[in-house]
Each structure stands twice: as C-alpha cells, then as structure tokens.
Design a protein around this ligand. Structure first.
Ligand SMILES: Cc1cc2nc3c(=O)[nH]c(=O)nc-3n(C[C@H](O)[C@H](O)[C@H](O)COP(=O)(O)OP(=O)(O)OC[C@H]3O[C@@H](n4cnc5c(N)ncnc54)[C@H](O)[C@@H]3O)c2cc1C
Length: 365
C-alpha cells in the first residue's frame, strides 16, 4: 500500500510516542487537562524487558504517585569504592524499584486520566499527513496537533526533528541471587571501566550488578563483567555466581539539547535528560514528561505553538544546570581517563557525584 492510501487511525490533540516514565507522565498531565491523547509503544507489554538498574532517589515520591508494591526495597546510603581500596559512604536515600511494575502503574494512571494507549504500535515516520504507525502488520496515519517524543535513547522522533544520534554510554547488567540483605548501593571504579563504573544494587533477594562504559569500549563489557562478578565473590558479596537475568542498553550522556521543534517536543531519554555522569534518568523523565504534557495542552488552549518553548525554559530551570555541569564533568573525565600523568583516584573524586570535589568547579561554570 502506498502511504497516500493508508487509512487514518484517528485525530488527537497530542500523540505521545513511547510509554516509559516520560511518555506516561506526559500523557497523564495532558489527559488530566482534558486533551485528546494517544500514547503508542512498540512493545507488547509496558516496561518489559526492564533495561534499568532500578534505583531512584526517594524524592521521586514528590513528583509521582506509585504504590509501595513498586518498591523492591529501600536504600539508605551509597558506598563508593576506589581502586586504592578506600571506600566512602554518603547518604543516598532511595528506592530500588520493580521498574516494570512502576512503568505499568504510570501508564495505568495516564489511561485512568483519560489517555488512550496502543501497545505493539511503532511510530514509523512523520509527514504532512501525520505520523505513520504500524500495528499488527497494518500501516495507518495518526493525526495530532502536537507530537511528544518520549521514545527513549534511540529516539525516532528526535531524528524526525533533525537531531543527530546523541552521545551515550553502554551498560551490561545481570540480576544475581543475593544471599545477604543489604541496605546500601555500591559503586566501584576501575581504570578498565572506561568513562563509567560498576554497580551492585540490592533488591531484596536479588541484586542488579552492572557495568557502564564509553560506547567504543562496548565489546569489553562481557569480560569486565566476569571479572567484576569474581571480585564480588572475593568481597563476599555473594557465595557463587547465580545469574537469573541479563539486560543492558544505552544511556544518554549528552549536553542539554534543543527539545522543541515546531509541533514536536522531546522528553526523557529522547531529550537526553539522563545525568551524564550517573546515568540516572527516571526522575528527570517523570518531571520533564509532566512539563511537556501540561505545556502542550496550554499551547493548544492558547492556539499558540510558540508557547511550547515554555517547556524548554521550565526543564532548563528545573534540572538543566545539573545536566550541563554533569556534561562538563564527563568531558573532563573522558579527556583525562587514559592520561598516565593523571592520578586516577583524584580524577574520580573530581568527577563522581559522591565526592565534594565534584561540586568545586560549580561556581566557576
Ligand atoms: C542498564 C541501564 C541501567 C539504568 N539504571 C538506571 C537507574 O538505576 N536509575 C535511573 O534513574 N535511570 C537508570 N537508567 C536510565 C533510565 O532507564 C532511563 O533514563 C529511563 O528509562 C528514561 O525513561 P523514558 O521514558 O525517557 O524512556 P524509556 O523508558 O526508554 O521508554 C521509551 C519507550 O519508547 C518506546 N519506543 C521507542 N521507539 C518507539 C517507536 N518508534 N514507536 C513506539 N514506541 C517506541 C520503547 O518501547 C519504550 O517503551 C538506566 C539505563 C540503563 C540502560
């Protein structure tokens, strides 16, 4: 079938591509204000497969409602381990989520607020006719006044808006059986984990064990993971290696980019809103998604798409400075990682959020 012959699936105020935390937060905010909202996701099931280490700061509860069933366990502190064997503990109150349930609850809230959802539906391209979608082998057009790209790190919508692929780190993660409960998260630095770090995040009877590195070191990840698991055994974190799940994926580590293009808005990872040093992106996806949905509706009510730029202003005010500073630290980290004259421990102290040295350049920026 030629694209001209494709049927129109429907006309909406707002089409949201992607039903992760950013998309569902946008859909809920827009539907609550009475807009006709369609949210599509190419996956068959919300939140599956999980591609996440599932840690969020406890402050997330101030921005989104979710049930206690989404919390696998609480966490009190973060211990950062440097290669010189020294460890540093800092307060880091947070939740280890059941991320698939969390995403499902957010999507359910959006639907209960009045949004329509269509799973197994891939957004293919954008033209004058609308957005071409493919579901169950059928190709259709969806008409929408505003399109919110919440379609994650490899966003098609960002590409339609003309953005080149963003810079990312790449992570590999295993879920392992955890013999002893613990109420802190562990972060490990090593010269081999180039531009990244390894983590051990407890989740009740299991733990998420992962390593993230700069993208050109992706092929080293399986070997690094084997070494890390053996190290965890030496550290008595686990008795033997019992892997019950494997996942991974790309994480944006970008300088803040433009997120409004005519009638297109980008939110969450599609907007590059994960922190360039830690890779944490769930909280910003929730905050930015809500802003995008709310401001899209305001713009339609005013009949003025220029008002969409208010979104760019609001997210920059809320977390733009932290992302810019993180991107500045990432450049410094990657430039210096392999320099033999640089003391590795000092480099990590200057570039990891768990050390006071991280914040020392902030006033100069
Ligand atoms: C290994 C790993 C560990 C991580 N650990 C943490 C952590 O511990 N804490 C934290 O805060 N962050 C973490 N992150 C980052 C976090 O997962 C993301 O920042 C977060 O998921 C962003 O939410 P989002 O809604 O923007 O995108 P996503 O959650 O990626 O959702 C995007 C959705 O868009 C859909 N989609 C994509 N393309 C299309 C299309 N063309 N048509 C229709 N649907 C489409 C996808 O199916 C997906 O459901 C981690 C990431 C990785 C990879």
């Amino acid at each position: 079938m030629s694209t001209a012959e494709m049927p129109i699936a429907g006309s909406y105020d707002i089409l949201i591509v992607g039903a992760g935390p950013a998309g569902s937060s946008a859909a809920r905010a827009a539907a609550q204000k009475g807009a006709a909202v369609l949210m599509v996701d190419r996956r068959q099931r919300i939140g599956v497969p999980v591609q996440c280490a599932e840690f969020v700061p406890r402050a997330i509860s101030s921005y989104v409602n979710f049930s206690s069933k989404c919390i696998a366990q609480t966490v009190e502190t973060m211990i950062t381990h440097l290669p010189d064997q020294r460890s540093y503990e800092m307060k880091s109150p947070g939740f280890m989520l059941d991320r698939s349930l969390f995403d499902k609850e957010l999507a359910a809230s959006a639907v209960l607020s009045g949004a329509e959802i269509s799973m197994g539906t891939r957004a293919m391209k954008c033209s004058q006719e609308g957005v071409a979608i493919e579901r169950g082998g059928k190709h259709e057009w969806v008409r929408a006044k505003v399109i919110i790209g919440a379609d994650g790190v490899r966003s098609s919508v960002a590409q339609w808006a003309g953005l080149p692929p963003g810079r990312t780190t790449i992570a590999l993660q295993y879920e392992v059986v955890l013999p002893h409960p613990q109420n802190h998260v562990d972060i490990y630095f090593h010269k081999d984990y180039e531009g990244g770090y390894a983590w051990f995040f407890p989740k009740g009877k299991t733990a998420n064990v992962g390593i993230g590195v700069v993208s050109h070191r992706t092929s080293s990840l399986p070997n690094l993971m084997e070494g890390f698991l053996n190290r965890l055994i030496d550290l008595k974190k686990m008795g033997r290696i019992e892997i019950i799940g494997k996942t991974g994926g790309a994480i944006p580590c970008e300088k803040p980019r433009q997120t409004v293009f005519s009638n297109i808005m980008l939110a969450g990872d599609a907007a590059g809103h994960a922190h360039p040093i830690t890779g944490a992106g769930i909280l910003n996806a929730v905050i930015g998604g809500e802003m995008a949905g709310r401001i899209a509706v305001e713009s339609l009510a005013r009949g003025d798409l220029n008002h969409l730029w208010q979104y760019e202003t609001e997210w920059r005010e809320a977390f733009g400075a932290s992302l810019s500073y993180g991107a500045f630290k990432r450049d410094f980290l990657e430039e210096n990682w392999n320099k033999p004259e640089i003391d590795f421990e000092s480099l990590i102290r200057k570039t990891w959020v768990g050390f006071k040295e991280y914040y020392e350049d902030r006033r100069k920026k």
